[in-house]
Design a protein around this ligand. Sequence first.
Ligand SMILES: [Mn+2]
Length: 300
Amino acid sequence: MKVDFIGDIHGHAVELASLLIKLGYNNNKGYFSHPEGRKVVFVGDYIDRGLQIRETLEIVKGMCDNKTADAVMGNHEYNAILFHAKNKKNGGYYRKHGFTEINQHIETLKQFQHHQEELKMYLEWFKNLPLFIETENYRVVHAYWNKKHIEFLRNNPIHWNDEWLDRLTDENSDEYVVVEEILKGKEHELADGHHFYDADNVKRDKCRVKWWHYCTGDIMNDEYLFNCPSSLKGTVFKGFVDELPDDKPIFFGHYWLKEDNPTLNSKSNAKCLDYSVAKNGHLVAYSLDTEKLEIQKSLS
Ligand SMILES: [Mn+2]
């Protein structure tokens, strides 16, 4: 049996429909299904950025409702839940409505402006999305598979009540760290004054790590860190490196990769599917043959 994993869609429903058709799915029944009974697993980030967010959600939820797909939560769905959740204690919302937060969510707000009931329905649906999936053949998470974090969530499944919302937004709680890292990735604190300037020219002393990198011995800072400061290039990474499970692949999205940094052919069995469809890149699918354990790639 083949399972098809699809990367971050961000409101690009045309690309999604064309990728599904390319993979052999059709919309004959009012939702996409495959004549051989194949299933899709979506890795999160359905909303924001693109111009067809409602259409994207209709396709993804339609498939989930009819059991032709599974879907995990992305950081954008998570942020949306918090953005629209009223904080009864302080009168605001669990996610700040500042310029950055509104800007990130603006396309969704605009496209649902006259469809508030529909938005409410989708926000409730987001709350039911799992943060990870593990089967006997594969693992799926939006940004970062960390054994301990996954274990934590297995033992403490999220409830979207005020008590949980308080903890999820308290930077000192375990719940905050676990969910932030699983959905947004892990950061490494740079020591000794090393830093870089981000796209908005803000000075940063933390870098996101490429936790999926295959390595057996030392790994260089420039291979392991996003935005590696030039002062650290060519030196060995001194922090914690995740040991990757080697029994079955991990599929994830989130990192806005480009075609010139593929993960499909790398030795690592952690495979990123996000090739930046929302920045003129590609919507990518990997098809896993669970009998032969082969993975193939398709672009929209
Ligand atoms: Mn993401």
